[in-house]
Structure formats: structure tokens, C-alpha cells
Design a protein around this ligand. Structure first.
Ligand code: CA
Length: 142
């Protein structure tokens, strides 16, 4: 297994980020951090998946494969879903979908409107305009 010798800033950011109980933790930090994603996924796989769509069009299927999500158990996918569901509403809404990549890596870009709509319609089987945990699991395993 060959590891990438050169890692981007998101990796460093992750390593240098304060522990959750640190008094220095900025209040605008989301409750979820890279640490949670890396408890499920390999950091190098996340980095690869994010960098793949940095310049190109976001493709959720490619992202799910490269990040290793497609190989994860239902429990792990539920954990990832909880991170993506930043306001804990039980659904990934459009605004959260836009920030999908940033939930994996803070330095990642937002999805544009076209990518967000395509992502939403791919996952939103019951057409309620948001993605529930079962829809998320189905989309990853599709
Ligand atoms: Ca939500």
C-alpha cells in the first residue's frame, strides 16, 4: 500500500484541529468534525474523493466509491448521515447537501446548484425535497 507523500491542507487542518473539549474551540465550528468522518472512513480516501471533484463536476457515485462509503455497513452509513445532517433534523436538506464535500473536508468547495439538484434528485426517492437516512443508504449502495 502506497500512501500519498504530499497531503493537502485539509489533512493538516484535521491533524491540528482542537479536541472537542478544548477551550480554544471556535464556536462557529460545526458540531461535527473531520474526526467523526475519519472514525468511519480512511482520511486518505476522503482526501482522494474530495480532490477528485475539486475541479471537475461532482459525481456522487464516484465520490461514494472513492471515499470508501460503498463498502461501509448500515451503521457506519447512519453515522455519516448524522454528520451530514448538521442541524439534526433527521434529513439532509438542500443547504446541507450543498455543503456535502465540506462535511468531509473543511477546505473542500461547495456543490453548485446544478450538482446539488442532481444529487438531491438521485437520492430523494419519495420526492419530499430532502434526503432521509434510508434514502441515503440506498443511494450509497445503489
Ligand atoms: Ca438536516
Amino acid at each position: 500500500m502506497k500512501y500519498k507523500a504530499c497531503l493537502d491542507s485539509s489533512w493538516s487542518l484535521h491533524l491540528l484541529s482542537s479536541p472537542p473539549d478544548s477551550p480554544l474551540k471556535r464556536i462557529e465550528d460545526p458540531p461535527n468534525s473531520m474526526a467523526s468522518m475519519t472514525s468511519v472512513l480512511e482520511a486518505k480516501d476522503i482526501e482522494k474523493a474530495v480532490s477528485e471533484c475539486a475541479a471537475a463536476t461532482f459525481n456522487h457515485k464516484t465520490f461514494f466509491v472513492t471515499s470508501g462509503l460503498t463498502k461501509k455497513s448500515d451503521d457506519d452509513l447512519a453515522k455519516v448521515f448524522d454528520i451530514l445532517d448538521q442541524d439534526r433534523s433527521g434529513f439532509i436538506e438542500v443547504e446541507e447537501l450543498k455543503l456535502f464535500l465540506q462535511s468531509f473536508s473543511k477546505s473542500a468547495r461547495e456543490l453548485n446548484d446544478t450538482e446539488t439538484s442532481a444529487f438531491l434528485s438521485a437520492g430523494d426517492s419519495d420526492h419530499d425535497g430532502k434526503i432521509g437516512v434510508e434514502e441515503f443508504k440506498s443511494m450509497v449502495k445503489a
